[in-house]
Unconditional design. Structure first.
Length: 224
């Protein structure tokens, strides 16, 4: 199957439910029983631990729920005002300029996707060598800060988990972890650049940028 389904919602999906769905969908994609999928959602406030997460990087003063994610990376915060996109693709085939079975190219394409979407919203973003995520110059502090994170898992050449973009989360909620193990930089949000930006605004930019980078048009679930 080559069709990519877009599942999009604005409710807060419990993390265990999302994890269970992704695992089942990824296996169905591998067996050619289901189409590839992008899932746009939000989570309630929580922390997830990647395979490299260190216990000393978690303080969790608010007592948010914590979960083992099974993806790569370290600690990540998810919560309201943050757009999560879980990317479930069959990597045995190419997607746009991304060759089949090339994990490095796939991750770099995800970074380009986020950077392109932010550019469509008038925000300049970049990657940094040796630092995970997508980075901007915070307009409030004047310092470099992370605006988006990536955490991917690949099972038998099917990707799951994905990316998170900070639209307007409570930034102090990140204080309960060292985000992605990086101590020397903060986090920021799109709202600091564009106070009136909405989640549909961000979704529109992400979908337009997806076409530019991955050369496909996801079909909205239930859209026929």
């Amino acid at each position: 199957m080559t069709k990519i389904i877009l599942r999009r919602g604005y409710e807060r999906v419990p993390y265990p439910r999302a994890l269970s769905f992704m695992a089942a969908q990824a296996e169905a994609i591998r067996q050619s029983h289901a189409p590839e999928m992008l899932w746009f959602l939000e989570h309630p406030p929580l922390f997830t631990a990647g395979t490299s997460a260190r216990s000393e990087d978690l303080t969790n003063p608010h007592g948010f729920d914590t979960f083992e994610a099974g993806r790569g990376g370290q600690w990540t915060y998810h919560g309201p005002g943050q757009r999560i996109v879980y990317v479930m693709l069959d990597l045995t085939r190419p997607h746009g300029d991304v060759p089949a079975r090339d994990l490095r190219a796939f991750v770099q394409a995800l970074e380009r996707w986020i950077i392109r979407a932010l550019a469509l919203l008038g925000v300049h973003a970049e990657t940094r060598e040796g630092r995970i995520g997508v980075w901007v110059q915070d307009p409030v502090t004047g310092c470099e800060a992370k605006i988006a994170a990536l955490g991917i898992r690949v099972s038998r050449w099917v990707s799951w988990h994905g990316v998170s973009i900070n639209l307007n989360p409570v930034l102090t909620d990140f204080d309960g972890i060292v985000p992605c193990g990086i101590r020397d930089y903060g986090v920021t949000s799109l709202a600091r650049f564009k106070p009136d930006i909405s989640m549909p605004d961000l979704d529109h930019a992400l979908l337009e940028a997806w076409q530019d980078v991955f050369a496909s048009v996801p079909q909205e679930e239930g859209g026929g």
